[in-house]
Ligand binder design. Structure first.
Ligand code: GLN
Length: 280
């Protein structure tokens, strides 16, 4: 069988499951099966496939048909300026989260050395993207998941920023180290009851630990704000990702812990997604 026909069969299986990126997905998975890039697949689609590669491709299509995200099938996701290694121990980096990186780069344009803390560092996409752009910054990442931290360490090495990082596996309540110029966090903020309404690719495969914000969606955000207020320097900036309907409540929580809200930013769907504040 040639590449084109195998892809066509794959597309039909994915279309049956109402996956609307069927062609793109099938091409990406074929590239993975053949250890080539997508361009090669498209340019050489009349080439015959070896049996074992075809079998592997069909296996990948079968997994995708269960709604397993492409990023977990190919173990990578592009975020900001770099490719990150991911597996189902970390959330897949979201384009909307790039807003956090953008804001931090804006705030730190004229800064020399800075110490940054990322609470719930996950794959490391936010912290490591910043360290890659700001060569004199140091980063500390904490996470409750050891498996997530292992992924983060792999990414730090791959991006060659590991010499400027420290990682701790810890519960946020127990972490007491340091005094930071800047704190960033994308904590779990989905209301527990609403988890069931997330897309099946998210809820079936992504770690609940990284999504579940407790009964009102704010339990982790509350802890993050409290801890940040203790570990941040006076005048330090705090950049936080929030749920689409949490802005007013979070601004209030920030105020209670001594933070002045500088601005809130919207994501690509025009939902409030990020709050920048200063410790006063
Ligand atoms: N934005 C994520 C989603 O897809 C949630 C991330 C989070 O809880 N921090 O639903």
């Amino acid at each position: 069988m040639n590449i084109q026909l195998a892809i066509k069969n794959g597309i039909n299986i994915l279309i049956d499951k109402r996956i609307n990126t069927a062609r793109l997905d099938a091409e990406i998975l074929m590239a993975k099966a053949l250890k080539k890039d997508r361009k090669y697949i498209i340019l050489n689609n009349k080439e015959d496939i070896e049996d074992k590669n075809l079998e592997y491709f069909n296996e990948l299509i079968k997994e995708r048909a269960t709604y397993k995200p492409i990023a977990y099938l190919i173990n990578k996701k592009y975020f900001w300026n770099n490719e990150f290694f991911v597996n189902n121990n970390t959330l897949i980096p979201r384009p909307d989260t790039e807003i956090l990186v953008e804001q931090v780069l804006k705030i730190t344009k004229h800064k020399n050395v800075m110490h940054i803390l990322d609470i719930g560092v996950g794959s490391g996409c936010v912290l490591l993207s910043i360290l890659k752009e700001r060569k004199k910054f140091y980063g500390t990442g904490i996470d409750i998941s050891k498996n997530a931290l292992d992924i983060c360490k792999i990414n730090a090495k791959r991006l060659k920023v590991n010499g400027r990082t420290k990682f701790y596996k810890t519960d946020i309540d127990k972490f007491v180290e340091g005094n930071y110029d800047l704190i960033i966090s994308n904590p779990p903020y989905i209301k527990r009851f609403d988890l069931q309404y997330l897309e099946s690719s998210v809820i079936k495969f992504e770690p609940k630990l990284a999504l579940d914000g407790g009964v009102d969606g704010l339990s982790e955000i509350r802890k993050v704000i409290k801890k940040s207020s203790e570990l941040i320097k006076k005048n330090g900036k705090f950049v936080l990702e929030i749920g689409f309907n949490q802005k007013n409540k979070v601004v209030k929580l920030l105020k209670e812990k001594g933070f002045y809200t500088n601005c809130t930013l919207k994501d690509f769907a025009l939902n409030d997604r990020c709050i920048v504040s200063t410790k006063i």
